[in-house]
Ligand binder design. Structure first.
Ligand SMILES: Cc1cc2nc3c(=O)[nH]c(=O)nc-3n(C[C@H](O)[C@H](O)[C@H](O)COP(=O)(O)OP(=O)(O)OC[C@H]3O[C@@H](n4cnc5c(N)ncnc54)[C@H](O)[C@@H]3O)c2cc1C
Length: 358
């Protein structure tokens, strides 16, 4: 029998599995034939410390040192620029404050982002300490640690039946049956489905679809040093990625758990907003994708033992910040499971606990 069984092989599952494997016997099961298939392979790979609500920001800040230094670090400076158009001043100032940006002149903005359309953009603000996050390397680092600690992984293993016999969990998958003392629900968009399978009351998570287009620009344009740019009220965002530009309409379409894909309309919306504020002639999309960002009712993560069934542990609601929060989130989860005081503080731990949902 395992000490803990983790359902879900995305960043949530692998990070908590790696933490627990330091002191206990863990098995991770994943429905797909490879790890990191759903949301975790579809992100914009960014670290923005001022992203999410106040509770989430505690996790961002607490994760930053780990992301910067652990295993040589996974962050590379990118910078973030907010572009305001005519009539958007009030909302521009609101976003500027929320993201911790400083107003800069249009000349300075053009020196950092040389395709900005001076005639359309009237306000610009910027901060340098927003980063690209190497999500593949970060995932692999957790995976390596987990394997070094003799953690077990089963892919192609969808949990189909989950039963507690009074002493332990028995989880039947497409291929195997596992027994474990603790069940950890890290199944992304499927967390409420897994809760129902286990006879635990669901919390009311909603997966929201978000789309990204990858754009090939003229060979004459060098995008590498451009910052991440974003419109007011998250109309869109764009950032360089592997020599090309990725653009998202920052869509949030309520959805159900599934293998998400982007629609032409959503992709076109992002490209439209980007074209509005730049001199770029966009003619070629090289690829596109969509993923599900799954939020709890108050949009903070849910980390902790279930209120009624303490052998069921929620590690869920990673939303749009699953990578940038995962160092501190997985550490907190391990502390709660091992009965230690939460390093992040009692108040934050309580704000993340499933107990907050009546
Ligand atoms: C477009 C987009 C941009 C984003 N940008 C960023 C960003 O810049 N920075 C950031 O930090 N975050 C970002 N995110 C958010 C981040 O990607 C997610 O928060 C994170 O990947 C969620 O990880 P997860 O492990 O919870 O979910 P997932 O990666 O979806 O993993 C859950 C896994 O559980 C498995 N599963 C489900 N049911 C079962 C079952 N019955 N049995 C076995 N396995 C099961 C699924 O197959 C899946 O692989 C973005 C997300 C999207 C979509």
């Amino acid at each position: 029998m395992f000490d803990a069984l983790v359902i879900g092989g995305g960043i949530a599952g692998i990070s908590i599995a790696a933490q627990l494997s330091k002191k206990s016997q863990v098995v991770l099961i994943e429905a797909e034939d490879s790890l990191s298939y759903h949301a975790s392979s579809r992100s914009a790979a960014t670290f923005i410390e001022n992203y999410g609500n106040a509770v989430v920001r505690n996790l961002n800040t607490a994760s930053k040192d780990y992301l910067t230094y652990n295993n040589g670090g996974v962050l590379t400076p990118r910078g973030m620029m907010l572009l305001g158009k005519k009539g958007q001043r009030e909302d521009f100032l609101k976003d500027m404050k929320s993201f911790g940006l400083k107003e800069i002149s249009k000349e300075e903005a053009i020196s950092k982002f040389n395709v900005l359309d001076n005639s359309k953009v009237v306000n610009v603000s910027y901060r340098p300490d927003v980063f690209d996050l190497d999500t593949d390397l970060f995932f692999q680092n957790f995976l390596k640690e987990y394997k070094k600690n003799k953690g077990s992984i089963f892919t192609n293993s969808k949990a189909e039946k989950i039963h507690h016999d009074g002493k332990k969990w028995i989880v039947s998958t497409t291929k195997n049956e596992f027994e474990a003392k603790l069940l950890i629900n890290a199944s992304g968009a499927w967390v409420d489905e897994i809760a129902k399978l286990a006879g635990v009351k669901p919390i009311g998570f909603v997966p929201y679809k978000r789309s990204i287009a990858r754009i090939k620009l003229s060979d004459l344009i060098t995008v590498k040093s451009w910052p991440m740019i974003t419109g007011v009220n998250e109309e869109f965002y764009a950032k360089p990625d592997a020599g090309e530009l990725i653009v998202s309409p920052a869509d949030e379409t309520p959805s159900h758990p599934h293998d998400a894909w982007a629609t032409e309309e959503d992709l076109a919306t992002g490209i439209y907003f980007l074209s509005e504020v730049t001199k770029l002639a966009i003619s070629k999309m090289s690829s596109n994708w969509a993923g599900l960002r799954t939020f709890s009712p108050d949009r903070a993560l849910v980390i902790g033992h279930d209120k009624k069934n303490s052998s069921f542990f929620w590690f869920a609601g990673q939303g749009g910040y699953g990578f940038q929060t995962s160092a501190a989130a997985s550490e907190l989860a391990a502390e709660l499971i091992f009965g230690l005081n939460p390093g992040i503080g009692k108040a934050v731990a309580e704000a993340l606990s499933p107990i907050r949902f009546k």
